[in-house]
Design a protein around this ligand. Structure first.
Ligand SMILES: O=C(O)CCC(=O)C(=O)O
Ligand SMILES: [Fe+2]
Length: 424
């Protein structure tokens, strides 16, 4: 959740080595643009951003003139499965012949089989007994009345995230630790709450379901039926939850990957949706050679839209944060939910790993714990993790330019890092 608020690096930030990647990616610019123009659809904003050679300020300037909304676009709809388009006699051929979304297009997925087939996620519909889901939704709608938008500074403007959120942990001690020891975008969280009784009751169910889905994924999808490199072999135990609230169709979250700083490599996230159905869009990050401009269009492989109805559990698997981006796109229309009206609540349960506590991770020259990032775009060093000064992402803060490759064992445990290498 936290990483969509990262901002473009300012001019005086030292460049990381050539082998790492720059921070000002298109999705970050898109997230910023979307924060400034929350009423506009992300696809339209992406077009405008690309038309202005990736300049957020030029794109923003052009938006002072109202832009036409594309006609004939689809809102959230209902469709059972892509399998319905296959003839019964050769139903399997559809799954065997994987259909990729094309450049600029969106493949809409509703069926759990399709989601597992086309994306690094699995989905469980009707996850909780209906009454339990409704009670949890009511509890969190009440809680969300006091959630706040995260505000941040962009150029000379103060902008806010286009939705509200809060963070829940298991004890008062943990609240204190979160407020004093952990950092998000260079600041401490101010709104950290004790897990509510209903969130606590649902947690073991999410834990069991996620662990089952992870085992199934490894068995059926990963090469040799073995976990991925850097994926922890031990069970996933959620100990924190971000709760997001989207009060209306225009509230959204821009393209991002979730930060791995406290979750470690190959993080798995369990995401429970309640209330209004919304589209969770995903797209693979396409690595490029340094001279390959053709793949700079982030939409080159198209997008996949996973439709998240009330009471569905989405598992983001170990390949998701490193290799894919996701967002909740603004909707043109929604079907009101009988309890939530136009609102959607989303809970992302996360496993904050003890060995990724900031006391164990490198500090930069400004004496702040670093952020953990991964090379996603450049083919050179693709998938390598690195630590960077947190201030690279914080406006009004000067980065010390700290950079160090992060080393992990095969199970994702951090290894003592070697020499500090400052970019030249
Ligand atoms: O609302 C959602 O389903 C996703 C939210 C999200 O991506 C996040 O909290 O990181
Ligand atoms: Fe996220």
């Amino acid at each position: 959740m936290e990483s969509f608020l990262t901002r473009p690096k300012r001019k005086f930030t030292p460049e990381p080595p050539q082998s790492a990647e720059p921070e000002e990616s298109t999705e970050i610019k898109l997230a910023l643009l979307s924060s400034l123009h929350p009423k506009l659809d992300q696809e339209i904003l992406l077009d405008i951003l690309l038309a202005h050679d990736g300049s957020v300020s030029d794109a923003t300037a052009s938006l002072r003139v109202p832009s036409p909304i594309k006609k004939g676009r689809r809102g959230i709809g209902y469709q059972k499965s892509l399998m319905q388009y296959a003839a019964p006699s050769n139903a399997m051929s559809l799954t065997k012949k994987k259909r990729k979304p094309k450049k600029g297009s969106t493949l809409h997925l509703y069926d759990p089989g399709d989601v597992a087939e086309y994306t690094p996620c699995t989905i469980v519909h009707d996850f909780l007994p209906p009454e339990e889901a409704n009670e949890l939704l009511k509890e969190l709608l009440e809680e969300s009345k006091s959630y706040e938008k995260i505000t941040f500074k962009l150029f000379e403007n103060v902008v806010s995230s286009p939705h509200t959120s809060s963070f829940y942990v298991e004890s008062y001690d943990e609240i204190r630790r979160q407020k004093t020891e952990y950092h998000y975008n260079g600041a401490s969280l101010t709104d950290v709450r004790r897990i509510t009784p209903r969130l606590a009751r649902v947690k073991p169910k999410v834990q069991d379901a996620v662990n089952k889905e992870v085992q199934e994924r490894i068995k059926t999808r990963y090469s040799g039926g073995k976990k991925l490199r850097y994926q922890p072999p031990d069970p996933w135990i959620p100990n924190a939850a971000f709760v997001n609230c989207y009060t209306g169709p225009q509230q959204n979250v821009g393209w991002h990957s979730d930060r791995l700083t406290y979750l470690g490599p190959r993080a798995v996230i369990g995401s429970l949706s309640l209330g209004v159905a919304r589209e969770f869009r995903v797209r693979r990050v396409i690595p490029k050679d340094s001279d390959n401009r053709a793949t700079e269009d982030p939409d080159a492989e198209g997008q996949i839209s996973i439709h998240l109805p009330h009471n569905s559990l989405l598992v983001m698997h170990a390949e998701m944060q490193e290799e894919w981006k996701h967002c909740i796109s603004a909707a043109l229309s929604i079907d009101p939910h009988p309890i939530a009206g136009t609102a959607r609540i989303n809970i992302t349960y996360r496993d904050y790993r003890a060995n990724m506590h900031p006391r164990f991770t490198p500090k930069c020259t400004c004496e702040m714990p670093c952020v953990l990032l991964v090379v996603q775009r450049k083919k050179e060093n693709l998938g390598r993790y690195f630590w960077m000064c947190h201030a690279s992402n914080v406006p009004e803060k000067e980065s010390c330019g700290f950079f160090r490759w992060a080393e992990f064992d095969d199970d994702g445990n951090p290894l003592p890092s070697k020499a500090i290498s400052k970019p030249s």
